[in-house]
Design a protein around this ligand. Structure first.
Ligand SMILES: NC(=O)C1=CN([C@@H]2O[C@H](COP(=O)(O)OP(=O)(O)OC[C@H]3O[C@@H](n4cnc5c(N)ncnc54)[C@H](OP(=O)(O)O)[C@@H]3O)[C@@H](O)[C@H]2O)C=CC1
Ligand SMILES: CC(C)CCC[C@@H](C)[C@H]1CC=C2C3=C(CC[C@@]21C)[C@@]1(C)CC[C@H](O)C[C@@H]1CC3
Length: 313
């Protein structure tokens, strides 16, 4: 993270025309798509040279197209360098922030100064990426790292989808400038702050509990024992809904779209896609938890009936 920040500051100091990124978005996206195909072909080919216990449970069906897409090998490594962990956290997330900054610079070129809407979108998304990099070890327990193979879907998601689709709001603002009132901005900042607070504190609560259940911050929370020896939290954030971190993430997603106004559907693409992604992800996680924890999971679901949205879903 420090190296990236240093490099970007150096580029800015040298007067690099970051605003040119706006015109280069399409060719860059095409190059990254080609790169993600090449990397996926390499990963698929090398997966035939590793032992069977290095394969992902769901990506070894024998159907070449499906396995190529889902990913055959679980955690491909070149010596100690973990390709999946690196791609999930570094190029896409950092690329997203750099593209956003380039789009802000483009606005400055076109209109003399960045708009309030652009500053909010850049600031919110920078906070999100900074948080992911700061808490990078938390990614190690995500489904993508623990269960899923590293195939075309995740390679494309990490390298193409995150930087180019997640920066759509900033691109939209370059073409469709928005006037945002101070009151509107304050409401949107409050919404993002609330989403971030729920997202961060629920993720930290679970991570702290998994690391050390006797830590004073989590030792007073109520739990359910499971046959595996692990416990499930039933109070605190994880007693509010079964995926409080998704709720916080979705509130932030909405706050990233609102600065773009209501004249167009495009800026709302991210929050719509993300709702579908997280509802699908939540269902997959439920299935896995039911398998892992059996009756204890049923008891958790009874005590905490809502999945993501309290009293709604
Ligand atoms: N911006 C984006 O595109 C995306 C962002 N995300 C974000 O990434 C983060 C990680 O998400 P994800 O990996 O999907 O899942 P979670 O971090 O929500 O992890 C789910 C796991 O948590 C454990 N768990 C569930 N309930 C409890 C409980 N009551 N008590 C203790 N442990 C429990 C279980 O694992 P175990 O019991 O084995 O510990 C379960 O498998 C989230 O904040 C999400 O919003 C995710 C996907 C895309
Ligand atoms: C191409 C498909 C439509 C879907 C691709 C999904 C991927 C973009 C996401 C799967 C899980 C992700 C996670 C993150 C980014 C998006 C992908 C790669 C985070 C790194 C975002 C920051 C959070 O703090 C942690 C997330 C972990 C999962």
């Amino acid at each position: 993270m420090c190296i990236s920040v240093g490099l970007v500051l150096l580029l800015l100091k040298l007067g690099a025309p970051l605003g040119r990124l706006f015109e280069l978005l399409l060719p860059l996206a095409v190059c990254t798509i080609v790169l993600s195909f090449l990397l996926s072909i390499f990963l698929y080919a090398r997966s035939f040279s590793v032992s069977s216990d290095a394969l992902a449970p769901g990506g070894n069906t024998g159907n070449h197209l499906y396995d190529f897409f889902i990913g055959r090998e679980l955690n491909p490594r070149i010596q100690n360098f973990d390709l999946k962990y690196f791609c999930e956290l570094r190029p896409g997330l950092i690329g997203w922030v750099v593209i956003n900054l380039g789009l802000l610079m483009k606005e400055v070129e076109l209109r003399g100064s960045p708009s309030l809407a652009m500053i909010l979108v850049n600031g919110f998304q920078l906070l999100y990426v900074g948080d992911a990099l700061w808490n990078e070890e938390a990614v190690l327990s995500t489904m993508d790292i623990v269960h899923d193979g590293f195939g075309f879907m995740l390679v494309f998601g990490d390298l193409v989808w995150v930087p180019f689709a997640y920066s759509l709001q900033a691109s939209f603002l370059v073409v469709h400038p928005q006037a945002l009132s101070m009151l509107g901005a304050a409401v949107i900042i409050a919404l993002n702050g609330m989403g971030y607070y729920i997202f961060r504190s629920s993720n930290s609560q679970k991570n702290q509990f998994r690391r050390d259940p006797n830590h004073p911050n989590v030792s007073k929370l109520r739990t359910i024992p499971t046959a595996s020896g692990k416990k499930l939290l039933v109070s605190g954030w994880w007693g509010f809904v079964r995926h409080p971190n998704y709720l916080g993430d979705l509130l932030m997603a909405l706050a990233w779209s609102l600065p773009c106004g209501f004249s167009h559907l495009l800026p709302y693409f991210y929050v719509t896609y993300f709702t579908v992604l997280l509802i699908h992800r939540e269902a997959r996680d439920e299935r896995q938890c039911k398998l892992k924890y059996g009756a204890s999971w049923d008891s958790y679901c009874k005590q905490v009936p809502y999945r993501i949205f309290p009293y709604i879903y």
